[in-house]
Design a protein around this ligand. Structure first.
Ligand SMILES: [Zn+2]
Length: 260
């Protein structure tokens, strides 16, 4: 028996009464377990096996898939479950992390990122900004290491900079000829890309971003995913629909927010 702390990435019905649960655990990365009887509402495993739940899980090792014997809920992530926008962005985050993680492979920092991101959304921080941040943070896990501290071509740290999808990083004005499709960026945008690439999520939580800033950051990171990683997430089309239907989303503002 092993006791893992983890978050439910997904839970699919299996047979009449069971669920197959995919967890991302602090100790062992992603793993899958059978939760017998969990589909029955009265089951003690029913609540603990819901998507996004943060809990501790007692798993009996089997030859193949383990069996979830018991669980203790640490946070039900109630707000995420009840708010349409929060659900949409949280679904996107868990799908991205699920797709980029292999079973039983521990990649440093991913559990903390998932945990902090879902808790931030559950505490009603801007879910769009949090999801965007996770996309940037997962690039290295996908094997992409954007060069954001110097010119990707000559190494210069001074000058005017642009972003290059070809180099996946900054190019200084002396090297603009290297990529004719580069995107010119302002010093503020440069700082923001650096922040997203380097600052841990618990320090970015209460950063409030303007819609245009988020759209800019999203365009860059999603182009990298589309061109370099080549994964297509099911939850993204729902998000895109949601984002183009703003009347579905009541405006929520927090006091004392900082706009960047
Ligand atoms: Zn250069």
């Amino acid at each position: 028996m092993n006791k893992w702390e983890g978050i439910v990435l997904r839970s699919i019905p299996y047979g009449e009464t069971n669920k197959i649960v995919t967890l991302f655990t602090r100790e062992a990365g992603k793993l899958t377990a059978m939760a017998r009887g969990a589909k029955k509402p009265a089951s003690r495993l029913a609540a603990i096996t819901q998507q996004f739940t943060h809990g501790s899980f007692l798993i009996r090792k089997g030859k193949g898939m383990g069996t979830l014997e018991q669980g203790e809920q640490l946070d039900s992530m109630r707000f995420i479950r009840e708010d349409l926008e929060a659900t949409a962005y949280a679904s996107y985050i868990v799908e991205l992390i699920d797709r980029l993680s292999d079973d039983n492979e521990r990649v440093g920092g991913v559990y903390g990122l998932l945990h902090d991101a879902l808790h931030a959304i559950n505490e009603q921080y801007d879910p769009e900004a949090i999801a965007l941040f996770v996309e940037w943070k997962m690039l290295p896990v996908a094997g992409i290491h954007p060069i954001v501290h110097q010119c990707a071509n000559c190494g210069a740290t001074e000058g005017e900079f642009a972003f290059s999808f070809k180099e996946i990083g900054f190019l200084c004005h002396r090297c603009f000829h290297v990529d004719r499709y580069l995107i010119r960026i302002t010093p503020n945008q440069l700082k923001l890309i650096r922040t997203f690439s380097t600052v841990p999520i618990h320090r970015i939580g209460n950063l409030t971003l303007k819609k245009t800033t988020k759209d800019f950051m999203k365009k860059i990171v999603r182009t990298i995913y589309d061109e370099q990683v080549g994964i297509r997430l099911k939850s993204r089309s729902f998000l895109d629909q949601l984002e183009s239907t703003p009347e579905l989303l009541p405006k929520k503002k927090k006091p004392d927010e900082k706009v960047t």
